[in-house]
Write a protein that binds this ligand. Structure first.
Ligand SMILES: C[S@@+](CC[C@H](N)C(=O)[O-])C[C@H]1O[C@@H](n2cnc3c(N)ncnc32)[C@H](O)[C@@H]1O
Length: 218
């Protein structure tokens, strides 16, 4: 799948960029003389999507990734493992309390750049970020697709990818879930994205998200 992601004993793992260190209590495993971190699909929607059959992960070694909604670093630390020491993960998070935990993770991972900012206003952090290969977004906000598109217009290279975890219940608590997902996906399509994959259900790992991979053809 990817040189820094391995399945060890049926578990998804990433090669640990900070050997000996864990981020959220995950298991460390040895494989061919290297250390890997178990990537828990119950804690990370990206790992859940891989377990649910995601065909390709658009995140590769050496890439630059803009991560919106980095929280305390659970998934973004695995993204940091995948891009490796020659890649960069710009970690945008708007909660100062959560950012304190994220800073501790960034201390041992020089490729993670913490940015305390609101993803709804990308022009406020544009001076810190160059063009990126991928935008990963996992924020519980009512206008998820629009926030992604606004960030893509400023930062995403043409041909770059978006990985979007859509939370239906943050967008509308009354509408049919499948309708909410298709409305968000239509916003992406109208804004220059080609949808490459859609994992419609992350069950049993997560009950109310879908995961969409889109390519930006702008
Ligand atoms: C579901 S959590 C993300 C979990 C994370 N992706 C992971 O798997 O480790 C969503 C995070 O997005 C942050 N968030 C929500 N709205 C945001 C916004 N407008 N800008 C930046 N961060 C936001 C929240 O504070 C929260 O930490």
């Amino acid at each position: 799948m990817n040189e820094n992601i391995h399945f060890i004993e049926k578990r998804v793992t990433t090669k640990n960029l900070a050997p000996g260190k864990t981020v959220y209590g995950e298991r460390l495993l040895q494989y061919e003389g290297e250390e890997y971190r178990e990537w828990d699909p119950y804690r990370s929607k990206f790992a859940a999507a891989i377990r649910k059959g995601l065909k390709q992960t658009p995140i590769e070694p050496k890439m630059r990734v803009l991560y919106l909604g980095a929280a305390s670093g659970t998934t973004s630390s695995h993204v940091s493992d995948i891009v490796g020491e020659e890649g960069i993960v710009y970690c945008v998070e708007f909660s100062p309390r959560v950012m304190r935990d994220l800073l501790r993770v960034c201390e041992s991972r020089p490729n993670m750049i913490p940015i305390l900012a609101d993803a709804r206003f990308p022009e406020k952090y544009r001076m810190f970020i160059g063009p990126v290969d991928v935008i990963y977004q996992d924020i519980a906000q009512p206008a998820q697709a629009i926030i992604l598109v606004d960030n893509a217009k400023l930062f995403l290279k043409s041909g770059g990818y978006a990985v979007l975890a859509i939370k239906a219940r943050s967008i509308d608590s009354t509408k049919e879930i499948s309708l909410i997902f298709s409305e968000e996906i239509n916003i992406l399509k109208k804004s220059g994205f080609e949808v490459k994959e859609n994992i419609e259900s992350l069950k049993p790992f997560d009950k109310d998200h879908c995961m969409v991979i889109g390519q930006f053809i702008a």
